[in-house]
Structures are given as C-alpha cells and as structure tokens.
Design a protein around this ligand. Sequence first.
Ligand SMILES: C[S@@+](CC[C@H](N)C(=O)[O-])C[C@H]1O[C@@H](n2cnc3c(N)ncnc32)[C@H](O)[C@@H]1O
Length: 249
Amino acid sequence: MKYKYLNIDLKKGYRDIAKLYELNNHLMTFYLDIYWRKIMVKDIFNNIINRINIGSIIYFMDICVGTGDLLFEFINFLNSKSFNFSFKFLALDFSVDMLKIAKSKLLLKDVIFILADVAKIPIKDKKMDISTISLGIRNLRTNDELFEIRFKEIYRIIKDGGVFWGLETSRPPNKIIRFFSDLFTAYVATNIAKVVSKNIEVYGYLADSIRNFYEPYEFRDFLLNKIKFKEVSYKLLTFGVVAIHKAIK
Ligand SMILES: C[S@@+](CC[C@H](N)C(=O)[O-])C[C@H]1O[C@@H](n2cnc3c(N)ncnc32)[C@H](O)[C@@H]1O
C-alpha cells in the first residue's frame, strides 16, 4: 500500500478539520468511537478505585485532547458514581482551534488547558497520576525520533506508580477482517470524511497513518523497551480495530 499523505502540515490540518472533527469521527466509526472511549473511561475508573488511597487528589492529564471527548466522557461518568477522592484535570493539545472547542464543551468543568506540543510539556517531573491519549497516539509518530521524544515526555510527567492509558485505532489480527478493515479505512471512511469536511489531505493522512502505525504488541514493546514503563498490557476492541494500552511508571 502507498502512503501519500504522511508528510502534510498536521497543525494546519487539525485547524481545518476542527469544527467537523467529532461528526466525522462518529460517522467514520458508526459512532463506535463513543463506545470505545466509554470502555477506557470505565477501565480507568475501576483501576483508580483499586489503586489510589481514598481521599487523595488525582492529577489527570488528557493529551491530544482534541475537542475534549475523552475528558467529557470521563467527567460525565464521574457524575454517575460516588467516591471520596477529587480530580484535577489538565488538557493538552497543540491546536488552538481544537482547544477552543474543547474549552467550550468543558466550560463548567474545572479543567486547565495547555497549548503545547507533546514533545515539550510545560509540567514538572512526576506530577500526573494518570495520563491519557485517545485516538491521538499515532499522530505523535511524525517520525520515530519525535515519537520517542514525545513518549519520554509523557513518561517524565507521570508519577512513579502512575498510569498511562492509550486508546488507538489498530489493524485486526485476523487477516480476512484486516483486509476488509483496510479497505473500509482507505475507501469508505476516508470518503465519508472527505464529503463531510472536504479535506482530502487530512483524512488521507489519517487513513495512511492507521496502516503505518505499530501493531498493538509492537507499541507495547516500544513502551516497555524504549520508554521503560512497567506492566504494559493491551486489549483489543471490535475485532481489533482499536486497542487500549495500559502502562505503569
Ligand atoms: C485525532 S485527534 C484526537 C482527539 C481526541 N483525543 C479524541 O478522542 O477524539 C488528535 C489530536 O491530537 C493533537 N495533536 C497531534 N499531534 C500533537 C502534538 N505533537 N502535540 C500536541 N497535540 C497534538 C491534534 O491537534 C488533535 O487535536
């Protein structure tokens, strides 16, 4: 398969698609993106319940926050639960336009927004209990060197014992399902997005980047070997079209 779009100007791309980003995401995934985030949110919450002492403040940073969908889901989920600890939320993205939408959505929630590239996070070492990325991991691999720099930054800001959670599109392990999933991504999903957002380059890039990204076990090994997280594990959802990785510092 050829990759035509991997070298586009991503910051500009995100600016161009920001307004229709959520609608596109929902249409391209048949609204499964909402379900996938819900699963990760539940996993994170259950993990917190099991790990963190009641009464503590939990520092939670969503990286590549985009329009804020994951934080929105997490904060809504908290409203349906009773617990005795509190959260400090931070949200990071390098796109002003994405952050503007996230801010308007999370207006009444107590969230600190940070405009920065993941390569240089303006936070001191070991501050976060939890760092998350949903559907933005593969976008950090503009090249292998930067990918490593960005993940070392994520590792740096997490406390010892803190957890990184990553939700990312993947390619199903079953060869037949993978074949159809690749076709779907390359032709159907991308064309839906092109019609809705009229942006061939960005959605061409997003499709290329799915096929060009690590297999889930390769990303686990990258986290383990290069970044030195411990207890790295992952689970596949929806036949493996997405994976949720969990890694402890
Ligand atoms: C595909 S969107 C994911 C948004 C959201 N997390 C979600 O679940 O839908 C990827 C986001 O990552 C941001 N992003 C990409 N590369 C980045 C980088 N190097 N530093 C900071 N943000 C980045 C983009 O601006 C965009 O908002």
